[in-house]
Every structure is written in structure tokens, then in C-alpha cells.
Design a protein around this ligand. Structure first.
Ligand code: NAP
Ligand code: GDD
Length: 363
């Protein structure tokens, strides 16, 4: 049987890497996109036009669009990655977050059942380490109790349980990957890692003075997104439908991430002060380049995520250490140093061109 994958969230960080991964494996890949006033498909632009890559308009909030699409595509695997994925934003838009991240999962499951594909279509659900929230043990594994600590996490908890319910009630092959934070040069710019690597690059190149962050003590188990999409696929190739924790097993603070990112950008930081008054100072110039702002504090913050990937290692043969923390930070900073430099050159060229057009030097 031909492998046909349907990816929701195809324009996102993970969706773009997963598309590349599945296309390389010979899959026919279909992705769901949604209408927006600005066509923002930068992460998958290089895949568009490939014979095995197809995009369709649908929305996680629109059952009919999902039912029709699943019927048309007849997927053998669905990767449900679409979500309002920003934890802080979920405090401002909790209802929308629930609609997409919780009920959206149910809509996908029902779309599969409505099209009578229960026995031929496997489903991967993008569950999250945020389910552990106000953590009850460290490190966290598949048996650690959940304690969601944001509207995002509560919505994702529904997604986790409805997947489990359909597995047991209808004997469907549907599973959760409980993924810990994974980052990359394609990470959204308001997540803390990318915010830091972009700011470090801009500050190093004189384009920005200082970056404002929230809780610097927060601990995360950060991996590389490119490594993690392989696991999503492995979970669906496993002989049993089961849930897996995907993590590196290594933990760092936001402060440590910032120190290393600035180091790779050529700036050595010294930390001074505490809490809201803490600052990261450029040792060479004495200038404050990192400061703390309450704007980035959350009403409830998850502060101690640390995953135990033993089961994925043992049963899926996955290597959690493919890309080290140091390598991840280096890749992201190197990318953003080049991006900031390229944006600068593009800006200069645009200004010159405007001037030449005005003076009639070029027409
Ligand atoms: P992301 O970059 O924010 O991408 C989210 C994707 O969902 C985008 O393609 C977005 O489309 C799409 N989407 C949002 N609302 C939608 C809607 N109503 N209808 C259709 N599509 C919609 O997220 P990511 O980092 O790739 O994460 C992928 C998934 O894994 C998410 O479910 C996230 O919650 C989960 N997760 C992520 C991590 C992590 O560390 N990255 C860890 C654990 C779990 P637009 O481009 O149109 O906005
Ligand atoms: N975004 C952000 N911005 N976070 C900050 C900042 C800041 O300026 N300063 C400190 N932080 C802290 C947050 O309070 C949080 O404790 C930690 O950095 C990580 O925040 P994010 O990078 O926004 O990620 P997240 O852990 O909340 O959520 C991501 O990972 C989850 C998996 O654990 C998202 O990708 C979720 O979709 C995913 O489920």
C-alpha cells in the first residue's frame, strides 16, 4: 500500500521538518494550510511544487473541512501537529486554544471514523511535556502524573486523553508523542530560545541594544526539532499503539541558554542582580544586553521540565543525544548571525535602489 501522510500544522517548525523527512522516505505528503491575509509559508516554500507534496485549505476549527479532506486524501498516517502552540498566548486566548488544541484533536479522530478509515489510518498526536506542568517528579517519564499549568496544557491534556480513549474504544492506532521542548533555526521568534539567538545576533551586529526576558531560572530539556520528527514517524511504525516521552534527558536554565548563545555570537556575559533586577552584562563593554521584564512572566509558569527518554531509546531505537545542547545553540546562533547580516545587506540594497530610481540612475 502507498504511504500517504496528512500533516496538520505543516507550515510550522515541526511540520516543515516532518514533510522533508517523509518526502525523503517516498511518502506522498499532504498538508493543511489556512487562509491568512499574508501568505506566510516560508518554512515549506522550498517543498512547494514537488510532485509528492500537496497543500489543502482546511482549519482545525472547521469539522467539515477536515472530514472532506480526510475523505479525499485517504491518508495512511495523520500527524496532528496543528495547534495554538504558545503557552503565554494561551492565557490571553484560552477559548481559541481549547477549540484548536483540544476539540481539534477530536475533529481529526471523528474525520477518520466518518470516512471509515479506523483500521487503515494511524494517527500521531503532538502531545507535550507541558502536561507535567507543576511537576510531581523529576525526571518525567510515561508514568509521571500530569498536572497541567496553563490553558494550553489543559487543552493538550484533553487531546492526550481523547487519543487514548479512541485507541481503547475503537481499537484505533492512535498515539501521543509527549515531546519536550525542541528548537531549531525555524523556531517561532517569540519562543525563548529563538528570541535569544536572534537578539544575540542583532546585538553582536549593532542592530539592537538589549533583550528583555522573563523567568531566567526556568529549566527546560531542549532538543533539536530535526531529530524529533524522526521519532514521530518511529512511533507510528512501532508494532503497538503506545505513547512515548521524547526528550534528551539533559536540562538547562534559560540563563544558561542565553550565556551560551551570546558566547557563540562573540559576547561573554556576566550576570548581576536577582529576580526582576537581574542583568546580563557584556564583559567587554560593560553594557547591559539582557534585562528582565515582568511582561514575560506568566500567571503560572512551568519551571522544571526534564524528560526521561529511556522507553523511546529502548523500544524505538531512537538516539536522544544526536544533537547536543551546545550544538543546538551553535546551529541556531550561526543561522541567525547570517540572517541578521543578510537582512542588513538586503536593506542597504533596497535603500540604494530607491535612491537610484529617484535620481534616474536606473529605471
Ligand atoms: P508551530 O511552529 O507554532 O506550528 C503550529 C502549526 O499549527 C502551524 O502550521 C499553524 O499554522 C498551525 N495551526 C494553528 N492553528 C491552526 C488552525 N486553527 N487550523 C489549522 N492549522 C493551525 O508549532 P511547532 O513548534 O511546530 O509544534 C508542533 C506541535 O507540537 C504543536 O501541536 C505543539 O503544540 C506541539 N509541541 C511542540 C513542542 C515544541 O517544543 N516545539 C513540544 C511539544 C509539543 P499557521 O502557520 O497558519 O499559523
Ligand atoms: N517565550 C518566552 N519569552 N519565554 C520566556 C521568556 C521570554 O521572554 N523569558 C523566560 N521565558 C521562560 C518561560 O517562562 C518558560 O518557562 C520557558 O522560558 C520556555 O518558554 P517558551 O520558549 O515560550 O516555551 P514553553 O516551554 O512555554 O512551550 C514550548 O514547549 C512546550 C513543550 O514543553 C512550546 O513549543 C509548546 O508548544 C510546547 O508544548
Amino acid at each position: 500500500m502507498k504511504n500517504v501522510a496528512l500533516i496538520t500544522g505543516v507550515t510550522g517548525q515541526d511540520g516543515s521538518y516532518l514533510s522533508e523527512f517523509l518526502l525523503a522516505k517516498g511518502y506522498e505528503v499532504h498538508g493543511i494550510i489556512r487562509r491568512s491575509s499574508v501568505d506566510y509559508r516560508e518554512r515549506i516554500a522550498h517543498l512547494e511544487g514537488r510532485p509528492n507534496f500537496h497543500l489543502h485549505y482546511a482549519d482545525m476549527g472547521d469539522s467539515m473541512s477536515l472530514v472532506k479532506l480526510v475523505g479525499k486524501v485517504q491518508p495512511t498516517e495523520i500527524y496532528n501537529l496543528a495547534a495554538q502552540s504558545h503557552v503565554q498566548v494561551s492565557f490571553d486566548a484560552p477559548e481559541y486554544t481549547a477549540e484548536v488544541d483540544a476539540v481539534g484533536v477530536l475533529r481529526i479522530l471523528e474525520a477518520v471514523r466518518t470516512n471509515h478509515l479506523e483500521s487503515t489510518c494511524k494517527i500521531y498526536q503532538a502531545s507535550t511535556s507541558e502536561l507535567y506542568g507543576k511537576v510531581e517528579e523529576v525526571p518525567q517519564n510515561e508514568n509521571t502524573p500530569f498536572h497541567p499549568y496553563s490553558p494550553y496544557a489543559v487543552a493538550k491534556l484533553y487531546g492526550y486523553w481523547i487519543i487514548k480513549e479512541y485507541r481503547e474504544a475503537y481499537n484505533m492506532f492512535c498515539c501521543s508523542g509527549i515531546l519536550f521542548n525542541h528548537e531549531s533555526e525555524r523556531r517561532g521568534e517569540t519562543f525563548v530560545t529563538r528570541k535569544i539567538t536572534l537578539a544575540a545576533a542583532r546585538i553582536a551586529q549593532g542592530k539592537q541594544d538589549c533583550v528583555y526576558l522573563g523567568n531566567l531560572d526556568s529549566l527546560r530539556d531542549w532538543g533539536y526539532a530535526k531529530d524529533y520528527v524522526e521519532c514521530m514517524w518511529l512511533i507510528l511504525q512501532h508494532d503497538k499503539s503506545e505513547d512515548f516521552v521524547i526528550a534528551t534527558g539533559v536540562q538547562h536554565t534559560v540563563r544558561e541558554f542565553a550565556t551560551l548563545a551570546f558566547h557563540y555570537a562573540g559576547i561573554e556575559l556576566r550576570w548581576e542582580g536577582e529576580g526582576i533586577n537581574e542583568r546580563g552584562i557584556d564583559q567587554k563593554t560593560g553594557k547591559t544586553v539582557v534585562a528582565v521584564s515582568e511582561d514575560f512572566y506568566r500567571p503560572t509558569d512551568v519551571v522544571n521540565l526534564w524528560g526521561d527518554p529511556s522507553k523511546a531509546k529502548r523500544e524505538l531505537g531512537w538516539n536522544p543525544q544526536t544533537t547536543s545542547f551546545e550544538e543546538l545553540v551553535r546551529i541556531m546562533v550561526q543561522h541567525d548571525m547570517q540572517k541578521v547580516a543578510a537582512d542588513h545587506i538586503a536593506g542597504v540594497m533596497r535603500t540604494n535602489l530607491a535612491e537610484y530610481l529617484e535620481k534616474g540612475v536606473v529605471k
